[in-house]
Design a protein around this ligand. Structure first.
Ligand SMILES: [Zn+2]
Length: 192
């Protein structure tokens, strides 16, 4: 292995400083088992990987690892616009078995009880985001009517701070918390 000429090293350094480097990112759909791959299964289930804008050419960092908590809701919550460049909402399977149910089902040979839910990243404060944009309060939508959490104020949609793509999630006017749809963002790194 020969060393690259010094001129090449200087050229590489100057080009990386003039244009933002975009890290490799993967869509939610590329994970065969997103709950296992993306959630840190400790006492607080947080995001293992950094979360990025869904537009791979933008890839703005939205959340650093550990900044958001995994939650599930029974509805996809976000409005579905067929013109938007988002994948179909994807259900995750969550096994809901108590020990009694488990022994009953093994005795009777019943099927395992599974609950299908949609995954979201709950963010406690606007300061927990690396980069995020907010829409103006939306008077037309009530996210709580779609299976998401209730909120007193009007809905404010989350959008990418750099390219304005959205909605990626929602918050409530006057509230600190925000929710990012897990299937509308990309994740740092290669699939192992
Ligand atoms: Zn973006």
């Amino acid at each position: 292995m020969s060393q690259p000429p010094q001129a090449d090293i200087i050229a590489a350094l100057s080009s990386s400083s003039s244009s933002r480097t975009r890290p490799p990112t993967q869509p939610y759909s590329s994970f065969s088992d997103p709950v296992t791959s993306l959630v840190n299964h400790t006492s607080t289930p947080t995001n293992v990987r950094a979360i990025h804008c869904p537009r791979s050419e933008c890839a703005s960092t939205i959340l650093s690892p550990g900044a958001a908590i995994w939650v599930t809701f029974s509805e996809p919550v976000l409005p579905d616009d067929s013109a938007a460049p988002f994948p179909q909402p994807r259900l995750v399977q969550i096994q809901q078995l108590t020990s009694k149910e488990k022994s009953d089902s093994s005795e009777k040979g019943e099927k395992i009880v599974e609950k299908t839910q949609y995954g979201f990243w709950k963010v406690s404060s606007p300061y927990d985001f690396d980069n995020i944009g907010y829409s103006r309060p939306d008077t037309s939508e009530k996210a709580q009517a779609r299976g998401g959490p209730g909120g007193e104020g009007k809905v404010k949609w989350l959008i990418c701070a750099e390219c304005d793509l959205g909605p990626l999630g929602w918050s409530f006017e006057g509230g600190k918390e925000a929710w990012v749809s897990a299937d509308r963002v990309r994740y740092r790194g290669e699939i192992k």
